[in-house]
Design a protein around this ligand. Structure first.
Ligand code: ADQ
Length: 746
């Protein structure tokens, strides 16, 4: 990481495949042109406004590919020019690398698969390797540029490995990721080789915030996280490698003002009138897309053909303005698609047209904003029927351009935008019938209904514009970074640990309180497997041998287990979350006397869940019953656990029992049997100079909460906690115990 300057408010570093401008070098002369595409136009508008608003992070830097293979000799000139002027930092990639990276893994593997075209998906190890290498190359470039306080915002499917790579180089910077395409259902995602799929998911989890267009994509991603890493989420929050990651939907908007104001310009109005006059009495159906098989252009044309077949009364009175923007020119499939569209247009025009009328006017080119705006204004109907689309900005641009409260939008339910624009005529793009019928319905829709629908959609598009999108995302990112910072502050690092050990050495009476599973021993597949090893027993023996220490083990385990393994040590044992206690040198005494009449009522329900979920099992204790599901299929288990928790909570209302959710376990126990009360009871016979308590589970929060503020409370495993320190894992606690033991030895 560069150490040249330390800034108070950082910059926003945008990373995307393409820079907002394309660089052309011809005979040593450089020319710059705008880059096409939804991502660049949306982000560009957002960044422009931020700069004017003079907000925090107003300064930005954009890292991406300059759009062409730039010869090595020209690279310094291009880099200098882009850095000086428009705030861009180019990453140079050769045509050969782009072939395997962009045209390869990005557009032959991820793009088709994520858009539910598994039969078009190519799985080639060589492409995957280049994808990794390019992500690494971008990582190097960003790591060189980044300064403390900078916020990194990575865009789209080209860089799904980058967040984790950057997390390693610049762990203190906020990293956000936004996916502009759908995230597919797990059944589709799992078609990727497991190694790739897991790397992509873990790559994304390097971010602080992972954003998608819709809640469906969020759900799919969270399922992939669970299936591939075993991590469950809590309302979209995933704890992964000691950090909290927020996964959420941030539907992208457009620059509403730009589209609306352009459509209001007198020049555009005149232009739109001119188009309408040219069309004489014909109603215009507009179709605008990048050339891509996901956009469903061929099916749309076939549906239009069916409409013409079924509604001869519209012949001569309707025209489709078919606008296709060239895209991914080097990919064969796209060339085939272009040929297919040419043929379809020819066939339909030949079949239905005559001298004075062709049902389709076809333009294959890129248009400027004003030309596009005139078409959006002049059309009567917009036909937006992708087979899959992350969001689809064309639908929103059309709505924003309707200044006269008229026009009808026909929209595919497979576009992310359909969730936000329910007033459109929503169709399934696989049904020619539905589409043909919708075209007819749109053409005959009364003006009042058109106005009502378009106004509702316009309000939505206006409110949730691209500025709000960007603000919401960055706001979430900054909030989460602050929360992660709080967590980081609680980490018991070397320095804090040294202080703690020093204080320990100076203190006369110390209470040392430890949970058992996950704290003194690692979590095991079954409770029987988690038995204390010889090393732990030696450590405990050494600690208990020191007169100044009073050691307590407080566990959810039955007393027989604790007695068997620790009965001969000079320590206090608390079993079943506090239901039983055995003081140093004393005998087991019952602390809680629950009415166990509940057991026969609850047991059949728990047994029913054991039947339903393979590999789950019950552990019956005197004052509680635990249902363990650590060995079961993660996804079904989490689902059933929620279901069972709901049923149990209802059953236990107004009883003295409660249901607790632990680590892959649900436990029904007496309310009075809680670690907090038990731990306080162990402290009442001593005036302790130091209380140190460690635990890893929700049940341990009860004790963290009741201990005095001066106690050293430690949560093992990074999570939001009432404890005042955090340790990354169980081994770190053992290391701490070693240090405490050594401190006493001298
Ligand atoms: P795209 O697949 O590029 O974007 P889309 O959202 O429709 O799809 O954006 C296309 C953009 O290109 C629009 O701004 C449109 O105006 C413009 N465009 C189309 N045809 C044009 C033409 N002939 N001339 C000029 N401009 C033209 C990806 C995802 C989408 C997601 C966006 C943003 O695939 O699902 O909505 O990113 O996140």
């Amino acid at each position: 990481m560069s150490e040249t300057t330390t800034k108070k408010t950082g910059r926003l570093i945008i990373v995307s495949n393409r820079l907002p401008m394309t660089v052309n070098m011809e005979e040593g002369k450089m020319t710059l042109g705008p880059s096409a595409g939804g991502l660049v136009s949306a982000l560009g508008a957002y960044l422009e406004r931020r700069q004017q608003d003079d907000t925090e992070l107003a300064e930005y830097l954009w890292v991406g590919w300059p759009g062409n293979d730039i010869a090595e000799a020209d690279q310094p000139l291009v880099r200098q020019h882009l850095r000086d002027e428009p705030g861009c930092d180019p990453v140079f990639l050769t045509a050969e690398v782009m072939d395997k990276f962009y045209l390869g893994f990005c557009n032959k593997t991820v793009w088709p698969l994520f858009h539910y075209f598994p039969t078009l998906t190519v799985y080639e190890e060589e492409m995957w390797k280049v994808y990794e290498a390019v992500n690494r190359q971008f990582c190097r470039v960003v790591a060189e540029l980044v300064q403390p306080g900078d916020v990194i915002w990575i865009h789209d499917y080209h860089f799904m490995l980058l967040p984790a790579m950057l997390r390693e180089c610049c762990p203190d910077n906020s990293i956000g990721f936004f996916l502009h395409i759908p995230f597919p259902a797990y059944e589709i995602f799992r078609l990727l080789p497991r190694k790739w799929a897991a790397s992509l998911v873990e790559g994304l989890l390097g971010s602080d915030v992972v954003g998608f267009h819709t809640v469906d994509y969020v759900r799919h991603f969270l399922t992939a996280v669970l299936r591939l890493t075993g991590h469950q989420h809590q309302i979209g929050r995933v704890m992964f490698q000691g950090r909290e990651i927020r996964v959420d939907a941030f539907p992208i908007g457009i620059d509403f003002e730009k589209y609306h104001e352009t459509a209001c310009l007198p020049k555009i109005r005149r232009e739109a009138d001119l188009i309408r006059r040219k069309l004489v009495q014909q109603k215009a159906i507009l179709s605008v897309d990048r050339l891509d098989y996901t956009k469903g252009i061929a099916k749309r044309l076939r549906a239009y053909e069916l409409f013409l077949e079924r509604h001869p009364e519209w012949h001569q009175e309707v025209i489709m303005l078919l606008l296709v923007v060239p895209s991914r020119i080097g990919v064969d499939r796209y060339q085939d698609m272009r040929r297919e569209i040419d043929e379809l247009v020819g066939r339909i025009n030949g079949r239905f047209g005559d001298i004075g009328w062709a049902p389709i006017a076809y333009l294959y080119k890129n248009l400027g904003l004003q030309a596009l705006s005139s078409l959006y204004s002049a059309a009567d109907v917009a036909l937006v029927t992708p087979l899959r689309d992350g969001m689809n900005l064309v639908a929103k641009e059309f709505v924003a351009s309707r200044t006269q409260d008229d026009g009808v939008l026909i929209l595919s339910e497979m576009a992310g935008a359909a969730r936000e624009l329910p007033e459109a005529l929503i169709i399934n793009p696989n049904s020619r019938e539905e589409m043909a019928e919708a075209i007819h319905q749109a053409l005959v829709m009364p003006p009042g209904e058109q106005a009502e629908r378009i106004r509702a959609m316009r309000d939505n598009v206006q409110r949730y514009d691209v500025h709000r999108w960007g603000w919401l995302f960055l706001h979430a990112l900054q909030n989460l970074s602050a929360a992660n910072q709080l967590t980081a502050d609680k980490m018991l690092n070397e320095e804090k640990m040294a202080n703690l050990v020093r204080q320990f050495a100076l203190t006369n009476r110390r209470a040392l309180i430890f949970d058992y599973d996950g704290t003194l021993v690692p979590l095991a597949r079954t409770p029987e497997q988690a038995i204390p090893g010889e090393y732990l027993l030696r450590l405990l023996r050494a600690l208990t041998a020191e007169q100044r220490n009073d050691v307590t083990i407080v566990s959810g385990r039955p007393r027989e287990f604790l007695q068997q393994h620790f009965g001969d040590l000079r320590l206090t044992l608390v079993a079943e979350h506090g239901a039983w206690m055995k003081r140093r040198g004393g005998i087991w005494r019952k602390r809680v006397f629950p009415d166990n009449a509940w057991k026969p009522r609850i047991l059949p329900l728990l047994e029913y869940y054991v039947e339903r979920l393979p590999a789950s099992f019950l552990e019956e204790k005197e004052c509680s019953i635990a249902w363990h599901y650590r060995l079961s299929d993660a996804e079904s288990a989490e689902f059933m656990a929620q279901e069972l928790k709901f049923e149990l909570t209802n059953l236990l209302l107004q009883t003295n029992m409660e249901v607790l959710e632990g680590n892959k376990v649900l436990e029904v126990r007496a309310k009075a049997a809680n670690k907090g009360a038990a731990v306080l009871a162990t402290l009442d016979d001593g005036n302790y100079g130091m209380i140190l308590a460690a635990g890893d589970d929700w049940t341990d929060e009860d004790m963290f909460q009741v201990l005095p503020a001066t106690a050293m409370t430690i949560r093992v495993g990074v999570r939001p906690t009432a404890a005042n320190y955090l340790l990354a894992d169980q081994q770190d606690l053992i290391a701490l115990l070693e240090k405490l033991m050594m401190a006493d030895l001298g």
